[in-house]
Design a protein around this ligand. Structure first.
Ligand code: ADP
Ligand code: ADP
Length: 228
């Protein structure tokens, strides 16, 4: 699903965020990405959906060669990827249903399919009854569920999440993790950057630890391993 071969990333201001990352993530895996702030976790994740481009090295995601991918082909890549953020990134002027529908509209899904798929996705995250509310009328946990519905509505093969529980209380965080577990149970690959020690140490998965732009640990059913 994902292959990185000696990937380096330098930002325009000169900062090196990744210093030679090589890793393979197979279809259906569930991977936590851990490490201190500033280690390069977000950069690692942003390369996967071509939010950032590698400076050097080779990167393949779901059969796409990311270095060679033309800007106009990026929507083709993202059609197969759902992304979930710490701050939800819902559009404030749209209802929950419209937010989910928007993800289908931008990839050109025929209108006649959109209604049904949005309804199914909202039911799947347990929020069918909140379809017509705007983000400001929803709790943080509900907003993140809507964001998860938006991420899965196109049945992607890969879900990328950057600190998805970072703004949520522990109970709400576990609710989101249950959704991710159910998504992964269907065979969808999940890559999730997190600082949530309790989740990593309880719901045991592969753990990739990044420090100063390098992978320093890669373990099956690993532990969080930091004191923060
Ligand atoms: P993490 O997600 O682990 O906190 P990041 O990938 O956000 O780490 O950042 C890695 C390094 O790259 C840090 O030194 C950070 O300051 C730097 N960085 C991140 N984004 C940018 C950017 N857009 N421009 C310049 N430097 C950046
Ligand atoms: P489902 O009902 O979808 O089968 P589970 O109830 O099995 O989901 O929860 C998914 C995972 O999250 C399980 O490994 C479970 O142990 C863990 N989990 C759920 N809630 C908590 C919690 N409050 N504290 C610790 N682990 C939890």
């Amino acid at each position: 699903m994902i292959e990185m071969q000696d990937v380096w990333k330098q930002y325009p201001n000169g900062t090196w965020a990744l210093n030679g990352i090589s890793v393979r993530i197979g279809k259906g895996e569930f991977v936590y990405v851990v490490g201190p702030s500033g280690a390069g976790k977000s950069t690692f994740i942003k390369l996967m959906y071509r939010e950032e481009r590698p400076t050097k090295g080779h990167l393949f995601v779901n059969g796409f060669n990311i270095e060679r991918l033309k800007d106009r082909k990026v929507p083709l890549l993202r059609r197969h990827i759902g992304v979930v953020f710490q701050d939800f990134k819902l559009l404030p002027n749209l209802t929950a249903a419209e937010n989910v529908a928007f993800a289908l509209e931008v990839i050109g899904t025929p209108k006649k399919y959109i209604r049904r798929r949005v309804k199914d996705a909202l039911e799947w995250v347990g929020l069918a009854d909140k379809a017509d509310l705007r983000p400001a009328q929803l709790s943080g946990g509900e907003q993140q569920r809507i964001a998860v519905a938006r991420a899965i509505v196109n049945n992607p093969q890969l879900i990328i999440a950057d600190e998805p529980t970072g703004n949520l209380d522990p109970d709400t965080s576990w609710g989101i993790m249950k959704l991710f577990q159910r998504i992964n149970d269907r065979g969808t690959t999940i890559v999730m950057a997190t600082h949530n020690r309790e989740i990593v140490n309880t719901l045991r998965k592969r753990v990739i630890a990044i420090e100063a732009g390098c992978i320093v640990r890669d373990e099956d059913k690993g532990m969080y391993g930091y004191d923060d």
